[in-house]
Design a protein around this ligand. Structure first.
Ligand SMILES: [Zn+2]
Length: 425
């Protein structure tokens, strides 16, 4: 009996450290789940955001991570422009592929019909008199504006270029049925909280034939004034009345018609890190309180984080340090630490731990940057880092950011480094 009790006591004090395979398997499971087609890109069609939030809450419950103020979720509403129905674009009867050949601009309104094309070639773009006369003749036609390489523009032209694009896509005086902006660069999508005046698309220059005569467009948007979405969080109580705040946004862009934006690296991977740490600390009780937040609506402008900061479910002033994970799925070239030069001692500590344990290829420093959810808390004077992985796949804010191509190259070493770093805080 005595032997058994002491054995149990001994076992109770042992750390649970997941093996390398367990860490990777779990991260893969989270990324595959969150970035699967059945979560519809974790946006605002087909309840993608809600399905993602339910999965994260289920994981918190499974690890017996506690709710905050009796709840795992915090609701808020957002205005958002969505494209729930299938989209058709045909040039001279040739169908193009949504997401790969073109993006509908995120604020675009609906359009349906077949239109004559009015092509404006590159060498005519900065001939403003000609451009004006073309725009004046565009009534009921689709303007296709050729691309203009950034390297060929001076600053005046660069400003003008932005203004021309803004005018065509957003100004209500434009009589064209729609505008298509050609590009030689990769297509990158974003979200919109407003509905623009004019239907607009961005299209790869390669798929457009300048001598094409007609274009068929069938795009239907649905603008939602107050879409209810949510943050999801969990809590592990420590002995010290001071909190380490971990965060990762779980939202992505959802769908543009039939095209899904899975957001594997951005940011199913960061949520995988958040949940891996929640699981680890649920097994290994930390000295400090720990709060784990999966934010919604980051891609629409850090809205979930703002809502959380305005309605905090714990005393934010007691935050000892925050760690934001947004893009955690590569690491071939190491990580970069936003706020590294602001909290230099902690940064140096992380570099030293990385070298001592021979983990990531490099830990690179960066100053402050308002490029993810940490920014909201940064402005409140809460210390902490935003860390992202470097190298690997270039997919970002597009349909190619998929779970099957996400390498998770350094995920296990990154996870180990974070545990060591948190131990030293
Ligand atoms: Zn992100």
């Amino acid at each position: 009996m005595t032997v058994r009790i002491s054995l149990l006591l001994l076992l109770g004090t042992l750390l649970w450290i997941p093996s390398e395979a367990q860490v990777i398997d779990y991260a893969r499971y989270v990324v595959n789940t969150l970035a699967s087609d059945s979560l519809f890109g974790r946006g605002y069609v087909e309840d993608g955001d809600k399905k993602a939030a339910e999965f994260i809450e289920q994981e918190f419950r499974r690890f017996e991570v506690q709710p905050l103020n009796q709840s795992y979720t915090q609701s808020f509403e957002i205005p958002v422009n969505t494209f729930p129905d299938s989209i058709t674009v045909k040039i001279d009867h040739q169908a193009l592929t949504a997401g790969k050949d073109f993006h509908v601009l995120p604020g675009s309104p609906s359009i349906s019909g077949t239109y004559e094309i009015l092509f404006i070639p590159r060498d005519k773009i900065f001939d403003l008199n000609l451009l004006r006369s073309k725009i004046d003749q565009s009534d009921g036609k689709v303007i296709v504006l050729d691309d203009y390489p950034d390297s060929l523009m001076d600053n005046t032209q660069r400003n003008l270029w932005v203004q021309i694009q803004q005018l065509l896509t957003k100004h209500p005086s434009i009589k064209a049925a729609a505008t298509i902006l050609l590009t030689n660069e990769k297509l990158t999508w974003y979200g919109s909280q407003i509905e623009d005046a004019n239907p607009s698309l961005r299209m790869l220059k390669d798929v457009f034939n300048p001598s094409a005569k007609t274009i068929e467009l069938n795009i239907k948007n649905e603008f939602i004034n107050a879409y209810p979405t949510q943050n999801v969080y969990g809590f592990i109580e420590g002995d010290i009345d001071s909190t380490i705040l971990f965060m990762a946004h779980y939202d992505h862009f959802g769908m543009m018609g039939q095209a899904i934006f899975p957001g594997a690296n951005d940011n199913a991977s960061g949520v995988a890190m958040l949940l891996s740490l929640a699981q680890y600390y649920s097994e290994n009780k930390p000295p400090y309180n720990m709060v784990f937040v999966a934010f919604g609506a980051e891609e629409l402008g850090l809205i979930g984080a703002k809502h959380f900061a305005d309605n905090p479910p714990f005393e934010l002033s007691k935050t000892k340090f925050m760690l934001n994970f947004d893009i955690s799925g590569t690491g071939d070239e190491g990580i970069r630490v936003v706020n590294g030069s602001v909290y230099r001692n902690q940064f140096d500590q992380m570099v030293a731990l990385n070298e001592e344990h021979d983990l990531l290829p490099q830990v690179r420093i960066r100053g402050s940057a308002c490029n993810s959810d940490h920014c909201i808390f940064d402005r409140m004077g809460i210390p902490g880092f935003y860390i992202y992985t470097l190298g690997g796949i270039p997919a970002y804010h597009d349909v190619y950011d998929r779970p099957e191509t996400l390498p998770l190259t350094e995920f296990e070493d990154y996870f180990k480094l974070l545990r060591l770093f948190v131990d030293e805080l």
